[in-house]
Design a protein around this ligand. Sequence first.
Ligand code: PHE
Length: 448
Amino acid sequence: MHNSSSPDEQGAKQERFSRAGFIFAAVGSSVGLGNMWKFPYITGKYGGAAFFVLFLICIVLIGLPIMIAELAIGRGGRGNAAASMRRLSGKPLWGGFGLLAVICAFIIMSYYSVVAGWTVHYMLISFVGTLFQSTDYAGVFGDFIGGWAPAGWQLAVMIFCAYITGRGVSSGIEKFNKLLIPAMLILLIVMMVRALTLPGGSAGASYFLQPDFSKLTAASALAALGHAFFSLSLGMGIVLTFGAYVDRSQSLSQATFAVAGGDVLYAILAGLIIFPTCFAFDIEVSQGPGLIFVALPAAFASMPFGAFFGGIFFLLLAIAALTSAVSILEVSVSYAIDRWNWPRRKAAAIVAAACLLYGLPSALSAGGTVPGIMLGGRSFFDWMDFISSNILLPIGGLAVTLFAGFVWKQAASEAGLTGRWAGIWLFMLRYVAPLLMLLVFIHSMGWI
Ligand code: PHE
């Protein structure tokens, strides 16, 4: 059925999350490798607990207002990211910004699926025990990502995510997250108890929980802001896309608090696993990417029942990665359904296949499997990460804030905010958030 408006504006979305279902799905999206891996190591790098306090402030001041804005745009527009912004403004330019978010989401999925695949592989080799047969964990990791297996795992992740999104909003995405998010909480608690009872573990917990503000620098403030944004899955069209499936009767601000609270809770639990483990085994927390795949396996190898706890740890990572991956695939699937008028299953299958094709060079370049996929000293994988996280994501975030702050006049009423709260919200969206995001962008480009 075609109408005269632009092709990505067809029919308003009819699918809906249940109230709790939406919270679970949004927490599933926000709790990802960002919480489990990036948060601990940047916290270690930028000053421990003091950085964490800064991160919380950024979540409240910038994260919450932008999340409410994305949800309001999605629910007001009832379309994919591009259609909602075009419909509410009546201007193709804003649809263009929405489309940019869809493209950003597609690119992120193309390489996030690679890392998600690594976590599934590590979960299996950890449970089976083969991971612990050697002591050269850097070598094991290098051989793995430099081989062909990552492409196979990427295929598996993609098929899985296409299956979940293909099943639909309530019987796919919602059901999947309602099952896994509580399961994840239990596993996190098991791991936390294990980590805190390691000899020397409590020193790690106090490093994480006792702020020393003298360690803070301007760079840590910008990193905290950037991470608050990434951790809540903002700027990549996810929350906006989910907003289209939220019922009118659900309070957007309450939902936002619940989701941000969930995200922070899971980050704290992850910190209470990683820091004690690192302190107990004398591992440098701030070492970056190698931390979870190289340093932590060594720690698991030397603790009783290490294969079991290592397996649980990588299972946690895999769940975190897969629930995020499902949400990011949905951004493009939602777009394809409207744009080409495809049934959901077909859209999920085609989008996932396209993303797999586009993401193959990432799977094969991260560890140098095919040595030629390098450009200007960066692998294809690193380029995709750089273009999406450092360029498209800030543009998407900026577009959303300015759109809800200045362009779409009904934003506050759709968000359910009136009086003073509406005033504060609009002030944050108009002036504070754009300015800070511009600073993060300039910093991430290395200009300051
Ligand atoms: N919030 C997610 C995380 O912490 C960010 C993300 C979501 C990344 C979806 C990719 C896909 O990992």
